[in-house]
Design a protein around this ligand. Structure first.
Ligand SMILES: *[C@@H]1O[C@H](CO)[C@@H](O)[C@H](O)[C@H]1NC(C)=O
Ligand SMILES: *[C@@H]1O[C@H](CO)[C@@H](O)[C@H](O)[C@H]1NC(C)=O
Ligand SMILES: *[C@@H]1O[C@H](CO)[C@@H](O)[C@H](O)[C@H]1NC(C)=O
Ligand SMILES: *[C@@H]1O[C@H](CO)[C@@H](O)[C@H](O)[C@H]1NC(C)=O
Length: 454
């Protein structure tokens, strides 16, 4: 059994913690301080393990070089390295402890937090200039830990925004031998057109996964890993305010407002670590095709859909693992974020191919109702619904003939209305009702008699 010895660095800061407020925390800086002493990056590391969940140990490579004291670091365990991103106002990232706790709750690991707040603050372009230097410094640390017996494949980097590219460059320095990199909405500005050498990509680690939630502003819109989860299409998240001026705010950010979409990747990831429900991505070439119901299964992965979280290779068992695989899923706006994907397929007779109908799905005991007004446009209309409950819990379907609002629509004849949940692991039959006449002014409804088999 081998040990890594990490000498504790000087203790500064005083925050919560059981030992009389002696627990180190991430640094912060002010504009004035930053202007006065812009000399070096001042990267420091914080170690958190199950043995010291509430009180981090701070260290630097200098303190590690002349290793003397034992610490909570255990080289027989895997190591998670958290790398934060750009800081608009020099404040420390508030979510770090929450992420570290979620990781420690899920696995018995060493959590190393990279604190580069000093180099990541104020001007985005300067933070971008610093990211490779930070990566270089981290690589010195990883080399030291490697010499102390930690295997390169035991490191898993979790990089948020710009931190994802920092992690990617560390991976480049180790020629892709690092075990895993997870990019949480990897930064887009100044990276989208970048060479793979300069940004996170699938060659940076043995496995690279990424979650995209704001690919139209702060995040990157292209796939950067083996698997790339695009949540709700990867651009706009449910429950986040929209602004036409968001692109201006890249340069004048209003913290907490436009950042909502961007930070969603982190919150969904933390929730996934809790393991309350599976967040499965479905492979598809585009979000539009996904919403049209053209991608319903995970057959390319032999039927196992990749999941967000810590499962090795995101649960993918095929080998070699595909690269730059775009995966789509719909989520809610709050934890645990999971939704059911339901395909609605309506087939009408050719005479009724521009029928307007309203579909309502009801689950009485849970008090949920989902209403959708659709214009078929073709004889077979397909759309994907994000539904709060499982298909087997839906009690009834109601159809209304609503076309009269736009033109004189007569009775509509529907050949069939079918609902199916996907990805379907048990290959259930779709729930269908056939040959329906939806008369004007008289809604049609049908009760499903079904039970959920758990
Ligand atoms: C910055 O950190 C110091 C301790 O290191 C703390 O006293 C101060 O309140 C922090 N400032 C901000 C804005 O968080
Ligand atoms: C935080 O940064 C300041 C420089 O702005 C430096 O003097 C101080 O030592 C740093 N504190 C920590 C905890 O790294
Ligand atoms: C270090 O980790 C290994 C593997 O989890 C464990 O067996 C061992 O007891 C740990 N050592 C200490 C001192 O906790
Ligand atoms: C994880 O679960 C715990 C309790 O089960 C809850 O308090 C916490 O808010 C959850 N965190 C997230 C990010 O969902």
């Amino acid at each position: 059994r081998r040990w890594c010895w990490v000498r504790e660095g000087p203790r500064h800061g005083s925050l919560d913690g059981p030992t009389g407020g002696g627990c180190p925390d991430l640094n912060n800086t002010t504009w004035l301080e930053y202007r006065q002493q812009r000399v070096k990056l001042q990267v420091q590391y914080l170690l958190l393990t199950r043995g010291n969940v509430d009180c981090a140990q701070a260290f630097t490579h200098e303190s590690l070089r002349d290793a003397q004291q034992p610490s909570y670091f255990n080289a027989s365990r895997p190591t998670k390295v958290i790398v934060h991103g750009y800081r608009t106002i020099g404040s420390k990232p508030s979510w770090v402890k929450q992420l570290a706790r979620a990781l420690l709750g899920a696995e018995d690991v060493n959590v190393v937090v990279v604190d580069w707040v000093y180099g990541a603050s104020f001007a985005y372009n300067l933070a971008v200039e610093n990211y490779k230097e930070v990566a270089l410094q981290i690589s010195v640390l990883i080399n030291q830990l490697h010499k102390h017996g930690c295997k390169l494949e035991s490191f898993h980097f979790i990089g948020v925004s710009l931190g994802a590219h920092v992690a990617g460059f560390v991976g480049t320095l180790f020629q892709g031998k690092i075990g895993r990199i997870t990019g949480l909405d990897p930064a887009g500005p100044m990276f989208k057109g970048a060479d793979t050498y300069d940004r996170l990509d699938s060659s940076d680690a043995q496995f690279v996964d990424a979650i995209h939630t704001d690919s139209d502003y702060f995040g990157i819109s292209i796939p950067v890993g083996h698997v790339d989860f695009f949540l709700n299409g990867g651009k706009d998240q449910t429950g986040c305010a929209r602004s036409r001026f968001a692109s201006i705010l890249v340069y004048f950010p209003v913290y907490g407002y436009v950042i909502c979409d961007h930070m969603r990747a982190l919150h969904v990831y933390m929730s996934a670590l809790n393991g309350s429900c599976p967040l499965m991505g479905i492979p598809c070439s585009s979000y539009e095709d996904f919403l049209k119901g053209l991608c319903l299964d995970c057959d390319v992965f032999r039927g196992t859909c990749p999941t967000i979280g810590l499962s090795p290779n995101s649960g993918i068992t095929v080998s070699p693992v595909p690269k730059e695989q775009k995966l789509f899923l719909l989520t809610t706006s709050s934890p645990p974020f999971c939704l059911r994907h339901i395909l609605l397929q309506v087939e009408v007779s050719p005479l009724d191919k521009s029928a307007e109908v309203e579909v309502t799905l009801t689950t009485e005991n849970l008090g949920t109702e989902q209403r959708l007004r659709l214009h078929t446009g073709t004889t077979v209309y397909r759309t994907v619904l994000s539904h709060p409950v499982a298909l087997c819990e839906i009690d009834s379907i109601e159809l209304k003939n609503t076309g009269a609002r736009f033109y004189r629509q007569a009775d509509v004849h529907l050949k069939s209305v079918c609902l199916s949940e996907f990805p379907s692991l048990r290959r259930e039959e779709p729930l269908c009702v056939n040959n329906i006449n939806v008369r004007r002014g008289a809604p049609w409804s049908h009760d499903f008699v079904q039970v959920c088999a758990f």
